[in-house]
Design a protein around this ligand. Structure first.
Ligand SMILES: [Zn+2]
Ligand SMILES: [Zn+2]
Length: 284
């Protein structure tokens, strides 16, 4: 056996570089940043193995889905290689446990689910159908471990993101006017204000983006501007929109005067102090 040569360190991806810089600038965020780096790194490794699927979309069907407000990625469209998914599930749970974002008892249950040969697939399929609004499905099982949703969102992301990548090349989203993700039906959990002052919402599950009226609430549809409270950080980099009808809020990266594009993995962590500020004002 010959010894393997030591690999030269490759250039780090820009979001990891930014996260490390953020850790220096705001050391109080270090635990959240370290967890994010571990998650981003794991998801990138899994996603690099997921083939780009070719999802055929019939234009008539697409029009009908858009009109009915239904997303377009069906579970069967996802390029899931179950060995890879099990690994993603296990590693996600490991990371959340390590950073105390998951209780040990729930971790044990989730990891056991991943090991059981036939149990996992229907659980993930039913969860996706239920949470995408794509199909009628059974209510969530009462005995599901706490934190399972969180783990599934993160573990499925590499597979969903590949599907979205494939679809966004062939699909026109101009007819989509909903607050939910046009691809997977999940809620936005971040937004970006573009240099042309549009607001693009970013899906909290598949990270797809879609344009939405800048001052409407994506959660309840409230479009009364008097009922939207919006405030920016002192440096103008980020903005929060609070809805005074449903009391939910959304954070955004303002790219109008920015030196880099939005990076959800970084900006969602950099704005953790804004969550506290929003909650102090009564938003959730
Ligand atoms: Zn989505
Ligand atoms: Zn609202």
């Amino acid at each position: 056996m010959t010894e393997r040569p030591i690999r030269p360190t490759r250039a780090e991806p820009p979001d990891i570089v930014e996260l490390k810089a953020l850790r220096v600038a705001q050391p109080e965020l270090a635990p959240a940043i370290d967890m994010q780096i571990a998650l981003v790194d794991m998801q990138r490794r899994v996603q690099s193995r997921v083939p780009l699927p070719w999802i055929q979309v019939d234009p008539e069907w697409l029009r009908a889905q858009h009109q009915a407000g239904r997303p377009i990625v069906r579970f069967r469209d996802l390029p899931i290689e179950w060995t890879d998914f099990r690994l993603a599930l296990r590693q996600t749970a490991d990371i959340l446990l390590r950073f105390e974002a998951l209780e040990r008892a729930d971790y044990d249950q989730i990891v056991a689910l991943g090991r059981e040969g036939n149990a996992l697939e229907p659980i993930v399929a039913q969860w996706y159908d239920r949470t995408s609004g794509l199909a009628e499905s059974a209510p969530p099982p009462a005995e599901a471990p706490a934190g399972l949703d969180h783990v599934l969102v993160l573990a499925l992301r590499p597979f969903l993101a590949r599907s979205t990548e494939s679809l966004s090349q062939q699909i026109d989203l101009a007819a989509w006017n909903r607050g939910l993700c046009p691809f997977c039906g999940w809620e936005p959990d971040f937004a970006v204000i573009t240099p042309s002052a549009d607001r693009r919402l970013i899906c909290g599950r598949c990270v797809a983006q879609w344009t939405f009226p800048p001052l409407d609430c994506p959660f309840c549809g409230n479009s009364d501007r008097a009922q939207i409270t919006s405030f920016a950080t002192r440096d103008g980099r980020y903005r929060v929109y609070g809805c005074d009808a449903c009391h939910r809020y959304l954070k955004a990266y303002d790219a109008r005067n920015a030196t880099r594009p939005v990076m959800v993995a970084v900006d969602s962590i950099a704005t953790l102090p804004l969550d506290a500020a929003a909650m102090q004002r009564g938003y959730k």
